[in-house]
Ligand binder design. Structure first.
Ligand SMILES: [Zn+2]
Ligand SMILES: [Zn+2]
Length: 281
């Protein structure tokens, strides 16, 4: 539906933990976490996984740009694309990057480490855009005028910030990386945070059998959710549409298709696809 007040989410990277390019992942995509969230004239982005390189290429067609990045956390697969995010190197653009205080680290120091000899040829001194860094405590609400962004600490080693965007009477939540309780009970605070949202993008890295160790090692405590638990939490919370993301790195497209046929019967749910967009308005 075309409208002059867009609320659009685009998935530039949906793979979990490490980039996984190749013929087996070409349809769902092999790039790690990067989302674009457009609310009216404002452009937000979540994380700087390798998908952010594709987002950057798109932004180069719209210069100058003003983008607010919201970091979930600073694990490799969520920051690794930033050195290849070309708009940082172009004058006239403005970026603000918000992050929590993750294990005492912060996004500025991680970027400096990513872009430094002997690991990388240029440093952040090569940035020609205005790049500002801001810090938040998970639980804060960020006020961007007609866009409100609520935050919540999620269960993940080192901590993660979940984001709930409210704009134009609609809501979008991104909650990854996240692990549910490992005893089959529900994360009640998480359910409250996602309650009634129109679209939820949620960690669903493993099958329940993988999580329980019936297929490979048990994945309890690794910081990620099973498909089944993610869908159960979304169901309890009355989420309207659920997008499962952070696909396990070895999971081929055909297996995702087979899982979709089993998991999504009678539900408005899907696996995230690199490049796909969802319009909330
Ligand atoms: Zn991750
Ligand atoms: Zn992580």
């Amino acid at each position: 539906m075309s409208t002059n007040k867009p609320f659009r989410v685009r998935f530039w990277g949906i793979r979990g933990s490490i980039p996984a390019p190749g013929p087996d992942t070409a349809r769902y995509g092999g790039n790690t976490t990067s989302l674009e969230v457009q609310c009216g004239d404002r452009v937000f982005a979540i994380d700087g996984g390798t998908g952010v390189r594709l987002f950057g290429n798109e932004l180069l067609k719209r210069l100058p740009v003003d983008v607010t990045f919201l970091m979930t956390h600073l694990h490799w697969d969520h920051v690794q694309g930033f050195p290849f995010f070309t708009p940082f190197l172009v004058p006239g653009n403005s970026f603000t990057i918000y992050s929590g205080h993750h294990n005492g680290g912060n996004i500025l120091n991680v970027l400096k480490q990513l872009m430094a000899q002997p690991a990388f040829p240029i440093s952040i001194d090569a940035f020609r855009s205005d790049v500002q860094f801001r810090f938040l405590d998970a639980g804060d609400t960020l006020d961007f005028g007609d866009v409100q962004v609520k935050t919540m600490p999620l269960n993940h080693p080192g901590g993660v910030v979940g984001y709930r965007f409210e704009y134009g009477g609609k809501s979008f939540v991104h909650a990854s990386d996240w692990e549910h309780p490992d005893d089959g009970s529900m994360d009640e605070a998480f359910i409250e945070f996602i309650r009634g949202c129109d679209v939820l993008s949620v960690d669903a890295t493993y099958t329940q059998d993988e999580y329980d160790g019936k297929r490979g090692p048990p994945r309890r405590g690794w910081g990620h959710a099973s498909h089944e638990a993610a869908l159960a939490h979304a169901g309890r919370a009355g989420v309207k549409k659920t997008v499962l993301v952070h696909h396990e790195q070895s999971r081929p497209d055909d297996e995702l298709d087979a899982l979709a046929a089993k998991l999504f019967v009678g539900r408005d749910a899907c696996f995230g696809v690199e490049g796909a967009a969802i319009d909330l308005l």
